[in-house]
Design a protein around this ligand. Structure first.
Ligand SMILES: [Zn+2]
Length: 142
């Protein structure tokens, strides 16, 4: 999904907090860096090491190793919301990346696995995702 969709999904399902905005975007940060570095040449970007690390930081295992000790040590509600928004991002990508994408179980499985149900760039899927997000926002805030 695109970054704005991830943010709005996080706000609709978790709440309007800065931690949710940052956590919703963070897993895609290396993709963005790669695209900027290769000046929007998507083929070069997708084959770059930065992009591959972007796929790897979509790992449920990676974020558990980082976030669980921090949360246990601090008990911080901000860390909880930050982590919840990262995991929501990963769950959304799990469903919406069918053709290529994240390495959800890195470092145990360093490959795109498992495959999602739909590919988010497909125009019908893209519109459907936005309709669902708008409905969720309406339910959450009206
Ligand atoms: Zn992502």
């Amino acid at each position: 999904m695109d970054g704005i969709a991830h943010i709005l999904l996080g706000i609709a399902l978790i709440g309007p907090r800065w931690e949710v905005v940052f956590g919703s975007l963070l897993p895609d940060a290396l993709y963005l860096l790669s695209i900027i570095k290769y000046r929007f040449d998507l083929d070069k970007s997708r084959n770059s090491r930065i992009f591959i690390y972007g796929e790897r930081i979509h790992s449920f295992i990676f974020w558990s190793i980082i976030l669980l000790p921090i949360y246990v040590l601090t008990g911080s509600v901000e860390v909880f919301y930050f982590g919840a928004s990262i995991y929501l991002h990963l769950l959304a990508d799990l469903v919406t990346h069918r053709d290529f994408g994240p390495r959800f179980f890195w470092p145990l499985i360093d490959d795109y696995f498992p495959r999602g149900l739909v590919q988010w760039e497909n125009k019908y899927v893209f519109v459907s995702i936005w309709v669902i997000i708008c409905l969720l926002l309406a339910v959450a805030f009206y």
